[in-house]
Design a binder for this molecule. Structure first.
Ligand code: SF4
Length: 259
């Protein structure tokens, strides 16, 4: 399959899912720092466990840069225990806050004012920050135009024979980013990409709107934001690891064997 065909398919998937399900309200958080904490805590665990850990931090009034800084490591471990790998994650959150304090005077605004590529390198150099975590922080917390590649993205692209499952992260990211970039020019025209969900669609349960999901974004990050949310919806609702539920999946018409 030629690159142009792959890109065209990715755009078609975006339009199809967006028309079927509408906004997915990612990321579920009340502040940019909450996004960052969530991006760390969601590694290797289900979001329901992250929510319990976040609730503990909120109750302890520690869901802020100052809050994480003032907690002892032991207390932070205790509060985020429900998210699993809590010792590792507590240490990594402390490292992030220390990095923010030292390099950016504790200011997320200064951090996110950095050019995307440079900031991405800095984040990737931090202990415990891989590409998916770095990109989630850049996109959802910092409004930087990067697409977050997750296991669902790889699975869907592989099953539709667009990219092999073992394709390197950066190659998947580049394909989706370049495919969706042209849509940024028309995303804000009413009725083109913001249509109401179709009546026949059976959407997954999207997150309820939050301060961060409803925050003002530039067009390209907004498209990458929506695409990631829509892909998570496909992955959770239909494209299961062992047994995909293709019947009812909005992407079924694009399965290679049905062409
Ligand atoms: S569930 Fe089936 S149709 Fe839907 S994305 Fe997965 S493989 Fe494609």
């Amino acid at each position: 399959m030629q690159l142009e065909e792959k890109q065209s398919l990715v755009r078609t998937y975006y339009r199809t899912l967006s028309d079927a399900w509408g906004p997915q309200n990612w990321w579920p958080a009340a502040s940019p720092f909450e996004v960052i904490v969530g991006a760390y805590l969601t590694q290797n665990t289900a979001w329901t466990n992250v929510e319990k850990a976040m609730a503990n931090l909120r109750s302890a009034k520690a869901l802020s840069v100052n809050g994480i800084r003032r907690l002892s490591l032991t207390e932070l471990e205790r509060l985020i225990r429900p998210s699993g790998y809590f010792r590792q994650k507590a240490q990594r959150l402390k490292i992030f806050v220390d990095f923010l304090d030292r390099k950016y005077g504790s200011s997320l605004a200064k951090l996110f004012a950095r050019p995307t590529a440079l900031l991405r390198e800095e984040l990737l150099a931090l202990n415990g920050v891989g590409p998916e975590t770095a990109d989630a922080i850049l996109l959802y917390s910092g409004n930087h135009p990067v697409f977050v590649v997750d296991a669902y993205t790889r699975r869907i692209l592989a099953r539709h024979e667009i990219l092999p499952a073992e394709t390197p992260y950066e190659d998947v990211r580049r394909l989706v980013e370049e495919a969706l970039a042209p849509l940024a020019e028309i995303v804000q025209k009413p009725g083109i990409l913001s249509s109401a969900p179709s009546a026949s669609a059976v959407p997954p349960a999207p997150h309820p709107p939050t301060i961060m999901s409803a925050s003002n974004r530039t067009a390209l990050p907004q498209i990458y934001n929506e695409m990631h949310g829509l892909i998570v919806g496909v992955g959770k609702g239909f494209c299961r690891k062992s047994q995909p539920l293709c019947d009812g999946c909005p992407l079924q018409p694009f399965l290679p064997r049905l062409k």
